[in-house]
Write a protein that binds this ligand. Structure first.
Ligand code: PDD
Length: 290
């Protein structure tokens, strides 16, 4: 049984219990992070912890740990679950309190973390790409906060799955924002070699850590790119569409709304960025400097 962390203690998952009045259970009142771990080293840990701090601050949950404490807690969990490649899930709720919409005065946040094995995308998915459908973005307007209340995301993802697709591309006011659990990139053939475009950060999308890595790699390797809005109708003329996340890395969307994207195969920029991403990870791993 995997080992989880709950409020300062590591214990088998089956022995970890949270009070029923925890506001995470009652209201979905909490925030989370998902941190990939490669070769036993958390990837972009400072960036994930900075985003966690930001989410906590936005929803006014006191941060229960200093950064070094978070880092130690995560490393211990990774080690106790056998190292290697993992995906650490970290959640902080406002903790137990009598049910009342008003914030409790002196909350004791609940800290929970677990880790699951992290598997690379299957070769056939990388070779063929995935299907996606576009759906109206039914979420709230503070999507930059990584909140645990994910009911809209869950329903959107399930609607995509029910339609035989793997991801939903969300549309708000005519603009594509991101996926149900991923960020969005598109390639437009405005210039030779194409230009890579992703919607700018703002309250309508999560500032993805993978998104930042992709933009950094594009910048470092001379791949033309910009952060700008993508209109719903622009998606139909994109030669490539990708979705990115910590657990899925970069996946090519080769069918959108039952129509092929570009020639219906993963495009040349995807192949390049995928290679660069893998090389970057391996380089960090080898230098022990995640
Ligand atoms: N989700 N946008 C949304 C709505 C997400 O839920 C995620 C990731 C991303 C990508 O962010 P990052 O690159 O930092 O993983 C964008 C995680 C993996 C999840 O909920 O499981």
């Amino acid at each position: 049984m995997p080992i989880v962390h709950l409020n300062g203690q590591n214990l088998p998952a089956g022995d970890a219990c949270v009070p029923v009045l925890d506001r995470g259970f009652i209201f979905g009142d909490g925030v989370y992070e998902v941190i990939p771990v490669f070769g036993g080293h958390p990837f972009r840990l400072s960036e994930h912890l900075r985003r966690l701090e930001n989410s906590l601050g936005e929803v006014r949950i006191p941060n229960p740990h200093a950064r070094a404490e978070w880092a130690a807690l995560i490393q211990r969990l990774v080690d106790e679950n056998g190292g290697g490649d993992q995906s650490v899930y970290l959640q902080v709720t406002r903790g137990p309190a009598a049910r009342d919409h008003a914030l409790p005065e002196n909350p004791t946040p609940t800290v929970f973390a677990m880790s699951n094995p992290l598997h690379p995308a299957a070769a056939e998915i990388l070779a063929q790409g995935i299907k996606a459908i576009s759906l109206d973005d039914i979420r709230w307007t503070r999507c930059h906060i990584k909140a645990i209340s994910l009911l809209p995301n869950i329903l959107l993802r399930q609607t995509a799955l029910d339609a035989g697709a793997a991801e939903a591309i969300l549309i708000r006011d005519g603009y594509a924002t991101e996926g149900a659990a991923s960020n969005l990139f598109a390639v437009f053939d405005e210039k030779p070699g194409g230009i890579l475009v992703t919607p700018p950060k703002g309250p309508h999308l999560l500032p993805g850590i993978t998104r930042d890595v992709i933009l950094e790699l594009a910048g470092a390797h001379g791949i033309a790119h910009r952060e700008s809005d993508i209109r719903r109708e622009d998606l139909a003329r994109a030669s490539e569409i990708w979705v990115t996340s910590s657990t899925k890395e970069v996946l090519p969307v080769t069918t959108l709304d039952d129509k092929p994207v570009g020639n219906g195969k993963p495009g040349p920029l995807f192949l390049r960025i995928h290679e660069l991403y893998q090389a970057y990870k391996t380089g960090l791993h080898d230098s022990g400097d995640n």
